[in-house]
Design a protein around this ligand. Sequence first.
Ligand code: FDA
Ligand code: NAP
Length: 438
Amino acid sequence: MGTHEPDPYDVVGIGFGPSNLSLAVALEEQQASPSSRIEATFFERQAEFGWHRNMLLPGATMQISFLKDLATFRNPASRFTFITYLHEAGRLAQFVNNQDFFPTRQEFHQYLEWAAARIDYDVSFGSEVTTVRLPESAGSGEPEHLEIEVGTPSGRKLVRTRNVVISTGLVPRMPEGVERGDRVWHSSEFLTRFAALNPADLKNVAVVGAGQSAAEIAGFLHDALPHAQVSAVVPSYGYSIADDTPFANQVFDPAAVDDYHFGTAQAKDAFWRYHKNTNYSVVDDEVIRDLFRRSYEEEVRGAKRLHLLNLTRVASVDRAGDAVKVTLDSLLDAERREVTFDALVFATGYDTMEPTTLLGDLNRYCLRDEAGRLVVERDYRIATTPELPFGIYLQGGTEHSHGLTSSLLSNLAVRSGEIADSIVYRRSQRELGTLTVG
Ligand code: FDA
Ligand code: NAP
């Protein structure tokens, strides 16, 4: 076991994707004087900074305006804005000449890497947090801090903190009973898996799903494998458009979080019923039109190799040597048929972040609603019983309490700013003696 830190941190961030990167920016900008410094550290299990690297497909664009970066909506004067990055990279004028609100994911990734490299706080890469708990000694009296257990390249380490911000990201979802392997992939591992095979061996491939990931991968495979048949297994009649028109887009505004959080159950339900199509199981207009154009051109030429298997879902998958045998259920003719592919990509989406495993024994202090979901306060802090006076904050996994933006970048700057404010406020309360510990 490693050594204990001398003093508890004010906050430990678990995961260092865009959410906790933005939190680090907000905490750094909170510090008016050295004496008010918030002591924070971050742990990230990847060996280096990376934001959905396996989906950095050529030409794929952001689904938010570049102004929804790590800081601008909270502090447009921040040194971490996308505009500052462009200025430093010497591309500001060209970016403006390009007249596009939506940078490529490649460019935004470069921006995030640039920001991650200039953060003042320690970030430990290759470090996976396995548990958040109370120290063993806490049984005998009032606990003074939380204990975080981290697996690092040099062994296990314990860290003490008064607050923790869990931002471990979305969890890839496969259909029940389908196992991943070298020829059956989830979209979250796409580029790595694709690079491991010889393209010449991929003559007949399929992508399952009708969301943005599925459509982008179908286009990529169509380009990268000009000799191959590419099938899209789509549960709907065809790809549907992501609504990013201005009125609907207001569901991603910071104000919508209040409307959702403090709204009635019917209001919350209406957000999802009317506006789920701003983000889930939908595709950008441009990407849809590009795929259709390809398909139509092939039809004109009489050389079809992009196939849409619509109203179809995958029932089961079996490996047969290098081939993948797939059973497909079609709603069109209610037929079940078997098809063989050389590789199959499941772009079947993600489950929301679920902190229960990390929290282990601490779960018993966390309040849950009648549906069994964590009660999360407006400041993204899990409501706990008084025996646990520390802050456990969530970035992600709060769709039920904070709405559609919970795991997205749209409200990133404001969300992480609100968490930073809460941590600073609670520390000042503790220093004034009005808050016991956290
Ligand atoms: P993210 O998943 O990015 O980061 C979590 C980090 O925690 C990871 O680096 C992971 O390694 C680490 N981690 C996990 N468990 C850990 C542990 N126990 N210990 C230490 N580290 C741990 N949204 C949007 O608004 N606009 C967009 O354009 C896009 N684009 C987009 C593209 C693709 C391909 C996907 C799949 C998703 C999007 N999204 C999006 C949504 C997406 O949720 C969002 O962009 C961010 O990834 C959210 O950032 P987080 O930091 O919360 O999670
Ligand atoms: P998603 O939007 O949740 O889509 C998953 C798709 O898989 C849905 O069409 C779903 O159909 C389908 N599906 C699930 N199980 C199936 C089965 N057994 N057979 C056939 N189809 C099945 O997931 P995503 O496309 O990965 O998008 C996730 C998030 O990442 C979104 O926020 C998206 O905007 C974002 N993203 C952004 C970019 C970008 O910025 N360029 C790129 C990729 C993704 P049902 O609807 O019927 O369940």
